[in-house]
Write a protein that binds this ligand. Structure first.
Ligand SMILES: [Zn+2]
Length: 323
């Protein structure tokens, strides 16, 4: 049976996903700040045109599918992304989850079982509704769950988000991608928590693993079954591509090709690191970095076409479709 995966514009068969960037962002914003402290570089029309042109170039470079991991907490606006998706030949997949590495907004303090206002946990309703019915009445269904923990570790609110994501995973089968803090080997506690919550670790991408060059740590995560996200290629203010490539080649040599995915965690606009700063400071941090610079480099290092296909096509398909 071939699974059909939801995109911003309909469904796509798992066999047709092709080369996939599994951890990207179209637009990262902050609806409240956009209203009260507009960013001088943000112009919605210009941003949409830049995203359309960017995805057209990516398609010409062979990329067929991009997962937008922008969830609430990062300014998700699926109607805006749909305006892009409708105009480009790339399959764009939406995500649900919540992005916080410390505390949730006040609303979640008062809502949920045993809380002031009570009711069911709105996080679970949000995640399951986004996957089964569609996001905020748009009919756009999510194909990936996103959770985060960082240097603060598993705070009570982070644990609440992981717990809700685990319930949603068990009800729907949709896989989970994490944001992890590689410098403190944060993937370990994420794996422990997800295991305790009953999530099979082979349905989990430990995101930002590629920020680490600790082979023992990375092998441990992969031996436990998870995928390692080498998903910040070009984000050289976190780690140099040169170091990421050396670690990646080491893992490939050790036989871990089936457990690695490549992406950039890039965006066409983010107010956190706006376009003018990116152009000056991290010029390779764009979605064309892998096809234009990284894959040719891997080929020069002797990585086979079969392995590149595994990293770019087979592994993302296995994660997204669960088979
Ligand atoms: Zn991200």
């Amino acid at each position: 049976m071939t699974r059909t995966l939801p995109t911003f514009t309909g469904g796509v068969s798992a066999d047709e996903l092709g080369e996939t960037l599994i951890h990207e962002h179209v637009f990262v914003g902050s609806p409240e700040l956009d209203r009260n402290l507009p960013h001088p570089e943000w112009d919605e029309q210009v941003a949409i045109e830049q995203a359309v042109a960017g995805f057209e170039r990516l398609y010409d470079l062979g990329v067929r599918t991009v997962v937008d991991l922008t969830v609430p907490g990062l300014g998700r606006d699926v109607e805006r992304v749909r305006l892009v998706a409708e105009r480009v030949p790339i399959n764009l997949i939406a995500s649900t989850g919540y992005y916080t590495s410390d505390v949730l907004p006040q609303y979640f303090r008062t809502h949920g079982p045993g809380r002031l206002v009570g009711g069911p946990d709105p996080l679970i309703e949000l995640f399951v509704g986004d996957i089964e019915q569609g996001i905020a009445g748009t009919g756009i269904r999510a194909g990936m769950l996103k959770v985060a923990s960082d240097i603060e570790g598993i705070t009570p609110d982070v644990e609440r988000v992981f717990t809700a994501a685990s319930v949603a995973h068990q009800q729907t089968g949709v896989p989970i991608t994490t944001h992890s803090h590689a410098a403190t080997a944060g993937g370990r506690e994420q794996q422990r928590l997800l295991t305790r919550l009953g999530v099979p670790l082979d349905r989990v991408v430990i995101g930002h693993s590629g920020d680490s060059s600790d082979l023992d740590y990375l092998r441990e995560l992969a031996d436990n079954g998870s995928y390692l996200g080498f998903d910040r290629l070009g984000m050289e203010h976190m780690a140099r591509d040169e170091d990421r490539i050396r670690t990646l080649l080491g893992l490939l040599e050790l036989g871990y090709a089936e457990r690695i995915v490549l992406s950039h965690d890039a965006a066409f606009f983010s107010r956190v690191t706006p376009p003018s700063w990116r152009a000056k400071s991290v010029p390779h941090w764009r979605m064309e970095n892998i096809p234009l610079r990284i894959l040719p480099r891997l080929r020069r290092e002797g990585v086979s076409e079969d392995t590149i296909r595994m990293l770019m096509v087979d592994n993302p398909r296995r994660i997204l479709s669960g088979s």
